[in-house]
Write a protein that binds this ligand. Structure first.
Ligand SMILES: NC(=O)c1ccc[n+]([C@@H]2O[C@H](COP(=O)([O-])OP(=O)(O)OC[C@H]3O[C@@H](n4cnc5c(N)ncnc54)[C@H](O)[C@@H]3O)[C@@H](O)[C@H]2O)c1
Length: 237
């Protein structure tokens, strides 16, 4: 089957994506607009030390223990924490690991559903808290998507949950937050972004409506790498 412009495609993205330097205050403004005051921030150890950057004014609880490539026990600790605080809004503040766990924290606590019951597409019963995503790495794109990945330590498989209920209500992307990322993580996330785009462009299910993002997305990491390795190289188009 060849995929053309008339091939059906279902595109989802957060209702609001705010991008740019200095956009972080939008988070509290949005909470005020929605009248949400009880907030759970889901962060890794590094980002937990700078939650003050979000300038949250409500009742704030921070889960500060998201591990890279989070596993089931890490998720279970978060769900137990979330069930105690019963937040009205969950903020994912970190890289893909924090944002993936934030998605699950917006749907699992108090639902009676376990992770294994929601693995796969559209098994989640409902969204139970508003979801705000604030990425601090570049590359996973988790802030804009509907999937969360959690490693099962028993099998070392990554369990993938996909649900429209895990789509962020708003994503606030301030690139200044990435300036503290260690070089190895910057490189790994750049390769992650590149791989996502190559995959989308070369997939048998590639679609013209996605190709434009994939092609531009492939140019950016290559441009940055060329500028770093060889600053005198002529610019790419
Ligand atoms: N849901 C999706 O669509 C999707 C897509 C790709 C990857 N993922 C998942 O994302 C995870 C990987 O995410 P990642 O690559 O963003 O890394 P990460 O979230 O695991 O973070 C990696 C490390 O960088 C640190 N860190 C994060 N932001 C920082 C900052 N601004 N300054 C300093 N240190 C910082 C963290 O503390 C952590 O130690 C994996 O679990 C992967 O499965 C999800």
């Amino acid at each position: 089957m060849t995929f053309g412009l008339s091939t059906p495609i279902d595109l989802v993205r957060p209702a609001r994506i705010v991008f740019g330097s200095g956009t972080l205050p939008v988070v509290q403004r949005w909470l005020d607009e929605q009248g949400l005051t009880r907030v759970l921030v889901v962060a890794d150890a590094f980002n937990a030390t700078r939650v003050d950057l979000l300038r949250l004014t409500g009742t704030v609880s921070v889960f500060a223990d998201v591990r890279p490539e989070p596993d089931l026990p890490n998720l279970e600790a978060l769900v137990a924490h979330a069930e105690k605080v019963q937040a009205q809004a969950v903020i994912g503040f970190g890289g893909g690991s924090a944002m993936d766990l934030a998605k699950l924290a917006a749907v699992l606590p108090g639902s009676g559903q376990t992770l294994h019951e929601v693995v796969g597409p559209e098994k989640v019963a409902a969204k139970r808290a508003a979801l705000i995503q604030v990425p601090t790495t570049a590359g996973t794109g988790s802030e804009a998507g509907t999937r969360a990945l959690v490693t099962d330590p028993a099998t070392q498989n990554k369990l993938a949950v996909q649900s429209l209920h895990m789509l962020a209500d708003i994503a606030v992307i301030d690139p200044d937050l990435t300036l503290t990322v260690p070089p190895a993580v910057t490189a790994a996330t750049g390769v992650d972004a590149l791989a996502h785009c190559v995959e989308a462009f070369t997939s048998r299910k590639s679609h013209p409506a996605i190709d434009l993002y994939a092609l531009e997305g492939m140019r950016w990491p290559i441009r940055s790498a060329r500028a770093t390795i060889s600053p005198m190289a002529p610019p790419m188009r």
